[in-house]
Design a protein around this ligand. Structure first.
Ligand SMILES: *Cc1c(COP(=O)(O)O)cnc(C)c1O
Length: 392
């Protein structure tokens, strides 16, 4: 087996890529020809399908999985003077929305094994100002919902689940989104299903759903032929019918997409568990084949054993024809958050993982050979740059 950097002949393997079938592409063309291209019948149809998917809970679609969380916070009445407990290891949207509504994020450190918020650290962070919990299912690995909701109930807190990455994940055999408080999903192209840009929010009742519709479009409520009222300051967050048609073509494939992801992840684990490779000290995610939708496969580089930094590893992977990603830098160390008082050392587990985490390619159209190519390239790079020369 060749271990030379011979990937130059193989096509570049991206970090991720959406799978959109020809039927969906034709359906999008139909919408474009129909004369109605913004929010309309396709949005209603997608919402009806999602309503069924989430076991009959109210759900509304939006043009991002960011505004969904902002709107959930508004519906929950979270605003200036309030605190929301969240994780420093997420896409920055997770905590930006808290600032957006005028509240203060309160970060607590992660559990280095699950890489999700450490539920044991939530209660000590609760104050009289705490209004909500905003956990994230990183890479699709679900936060313990039993423990989460036990804490929320005991302290009378709302929960906004940032389930942007966990569409199709389950907890205790139940689909994420089919239970709980507010549950927010993203349909960004990198997520397990896409509407190009978009997202949806699962709500508790029709009153909340009506409010969500108002926040979605300028607060407007129409009645009769000419009646219009505005009772809340809403924004411009509606999904187009073109985008909704993409989502309608994605939804029937979600189980197959996620099954394929799991199959590829099994191949990753299999190849990475070879003794010589395990000795490299790569951090692996928990092997969860019952709850996770395997939105991402992320390793943590053994920085103390390497002579090069993550960026060099990424550059060398790229030179080998393989895309990698960082999900994510620690939120509290971004300039906006440093200005609000956070600093290095505040959340040691998150900081260490964030410095060294590396997302490897994973998407339904990948093959087992692609996985092998990724692992071979990564192992070659790590071995060539190990601090102590290895003898085999
Ligand atoms: C993608 C993502 C979001 C935001 O979704 P958009 O649709 O891009 O606005 C929020 N949180 C997490 C954890 C995400 O991965």
């Amino acid at each position: 087996m060749s271990t030379s950097p011979a990937a130059s002949t193989a096509p570049f393997l991206p970090l991720t890529r959406p799978t959109i079938d020809e039927e969906t592409i034709a359906g999008v063309a139909d919408v474009l020809r129909s004369g109605w291209i913004t929010s309309g019948p396709k949005v209603k149809e997608l919402e009806a399908k999602l309503f069924d998917y989430f076991g009959g809970r109210p759900v509304r679609v939006f043009n991002s999985g960011t505004c969904t969380m902002e709107i959930a916070l508004r519906i929950a009445g979270v605003g200036p003077g309030d605190e929301v407990i969240t994780t420093p290891l997420s896409w920055v949207a997770t905590s930006n929305v808290i600032l957006e509504v005028g509240a203060r994020p309160v970060f607590v450190d992660i559990d280095p094994v699950t890489r999700n918020i450490d539920l044991e650290k939530i209660e000590p962070a609760i104050t009289a100002k705490t209004r909500a919990l905003l956990p994230v299912d990183l890479a699709g690995f679900p936060v313990d919902r039993d423990r989460l909701y036990a804490i929320a109930r005991q302290h009378k807190l709302r929960v906004i689940e940032d389930a942007a990455q966990s569409f199709g994940s389950t907890w205790g055999g139940r689909r994420i989104g089919s239970f709980g408080d507010f549950v927010s999903f993203s349909f960004h192209p990198n997520k397990n299903i896409t509407t190009i840009e978009g997202g949806c929010l699962v709500l508790n009742d029709e009153r909340e759903a009506k409010l969500a519709e108002q926040y979605r479009l300028q607060g407007v409520v129409r009645s009769g032929f000419d009646g219009m009222e505005v009772e809340v300051v809403g924004g411009k967050f509606n999904l187009t019918d073109v985008a909704a048609r993409v989502g309608l073509g994605q939804l029937p494939h979600i189980d197959a997409f996620n099954a394929k992801r799991a199959e590829l992840v099994r191949a990753y684990f299999e190849l990475l568990s070879a003794p010589a490779i395990a000795a490299l000290g790569l951090g692996l995610p928990p092997q969860d084949f019952s709850g996770s939708n395997w939105h991402m496969f992320q390793v943590v580089l053994p920085d103390d054993q390497l002579t090069i930094k993550r960026a060099d590893v990424m550059a060398q992977m790229h030179a080998s024809g393989i895309g990698t990603g960082v999900h994510y830098p620690a939120i509290h160390l971004f300039a906006v958050y440093r200005r609000l008082g956070w600093k290095e050392g505040d959340f040691p587990f998150a900081e260490k993982v964030c410095r060294n985490i590396l997302t490897l390619p994973l998407f339904p159209a990948m093959t087992r050979d692609d996985v092998r190519r990724v692992v071979e390239a990564l192992v070659r790079i790590l071995e060539a740059n190990a601090k102590n020369e290895r003898h085999s």
